[in-house]
Design a protein around this ligand. Structure first.
Ligand code: NAP
Ligand code: FE
Length: 367
């Protein structure tokens, strides 16, 4: 059996209503806390009020300006607020966007320079603030990953920052907080989780243990996403769980070509992250099949979707169009998409060597 590492230092607190255990899990000595969240949903679903109540004995500063696919600019704003309030501890509440922004602010508060520098390899010299994540979508798995994804508006690019020091110290995954998601967010984020499990399963960093979790997560998502989209609470609870498991999978094996190729769709066409992955997913599988790699693993995944007529039909039936032309994307854009994607580290752990022509064909085949 091959050698492998498996690392997940985050304490997982999973279950309905367990947001109530927030305060007792915060290590003593931290009084100045920054709550990082999005503009609306944590207010609408009551999560923010609940958290403020639970932490009424602490000095809480709320930073509620995080937009979808957070940019470097929002991190600068967050850093300023964190410094001004002498913040010692950061809680990210929301979807992947606020959770990732919380991680970025935790890096920058005590460290000079922009997140762009750190994404290029600069090492933080001072302490990264401890982070807690409380997801309100069921998709990114950011609550259990050492990753944060940011948009660079100047360079029209999106990419991930990885550092084991941004694993949350603990995360509370309370599925009740996801019940207010509209259908499209349930589907997009659920498919994001599915692609995490799938890409981790196909990664060159895959391991026997991680593979077990990946297939476990894929089966749960395949079996529950349709009911979850209809707001069946038990199915939504299961997707919350499966997306957290898929987060553990990518924490250990990363995401591949599919995630990297999806970023330009979000940057240039504002296509939500999970939907971008979903559009390209059938071609990702066809691409690996053409390259004749991972034949057995692909078969295992395809068998899970057999009763639903295959993965592409399954996606189409839940309302996802799997052609780029359906999103007003033009063939002339492919060249730029390829340039933006070809140097991404995700390609290095994809189980085939990918050249520019491969990537060009990958997008072309999706029209
Ligand atoms: P998101 O961008 O955080 O949120 C999408 C939308 O859903 C927002 O409009 C948000 O509203 C709303 N929303 C969130 N929770 C809701 C709820 N309970 N009820 C109703 N609406 C709700 O979406 P996401 O897919 O979770 O995160 C995407 C980001 O995570 C991307 O930048 C992606 O690249 C990144 N990502 C990170 C990792 C990682 O490991 N760190 C992995 C994969 C993806 P508000 O803004 O008003 O709150
Ligand atoms: Fe993702």
């Amino acid at each position: 059996m091959m050698n492998f590492n498996f690392f997940i230092p985050t304490k997982i607190i999973f279950g309905k209503g367990r947001i109530g255990e927030l305060s007792e899990n915060i290590p003593s000595g931290y009084n100045n806390i920054l709550l990082v969240t999005g503009k609306k949903s944590a207010k609408l679903n009551g999560a923010l009020e609940k958290i403020k109540f639970l932490l009424k004995d602490k000095n809480i500063t709320v930073f509620d300006e995080v937009e979808e696919n957070p940019s470097f600019d929002i991190l600068e704003k967050g850093r300023e607020i964190a410094k001004k309030n002498k913040v010692e501890f950061i809680i990210g509440v929301g979807g992947g966007s606020p959770m990732d922004a919380a991680k970025g602010i935790a890096v920058l508060t005590n460290n000079e320079g922009s997140m762009r520098d750190y994404m290029k390899g600069k090492k933080p010299v001072n302490k990264i603030l401890p982070i807690v994540c409380i997801p309100t979508t069921s998709g990114t798995g950011s609550e259990v990953t050492p990753f944060a994804v940011f948009t660079d508006p100047e360079n029209e690019d999106k990419g991930g920052y990885a550092n084991p020091d941004i694993f949350p110290v603990f995360s509370i995954i309370d599925p009740e907080l996801t019940y207010t998601m509209p259908r499209n967010v349930i589907i997009n984020t659920g498919i994001d989780a599915f692609t995490h499990a799938l890409e981790g399963y196909f990664s060159t960093k895959a391991s026997i243990l991680n593979d077990y979790l990946a297939v476990h997560s894929i089966k749960i998502i395949a079996g529950n996403i349709i009911d979850a989209a209809e707001k069946d609470n038990l199915a939504m609870d299961r997707i919350s769980y499966a997306s957290m498991v898929a987060g553990i999978v990518i924490a250990n094996a990363g995401t591949l070509l599919l995630h990297a190729a999806g970023y330009p769709l979000t940057v240039y066409h504002k296509i939500p992250h999970g939907l971008a992955n979903a559009i390209l997913l059938p071609e990702f599988i066809r691409f690996l099949k053409r390259k004749e790699v991972l034949v057995e693993k692909i078969e295992i995944v395809e068998n899970i979707f057999e009763s639903m007529g295959g993965i592409e039909k399954f996606l189409n039936e839940i309302g996802i169009k799997t052609k780029l032309s359906a999103y007003d994307i033009k063939r002339e854009e492919i060249k730029n998409f390829v340039e933006k994607t070809i140097h991404k580290k995700n390609l290095l752990i994809t189980p085939v060597k990918i050249n520019e022509k491969d990537l060009y064909d990958f997008y072309e085949e999706t029209f």
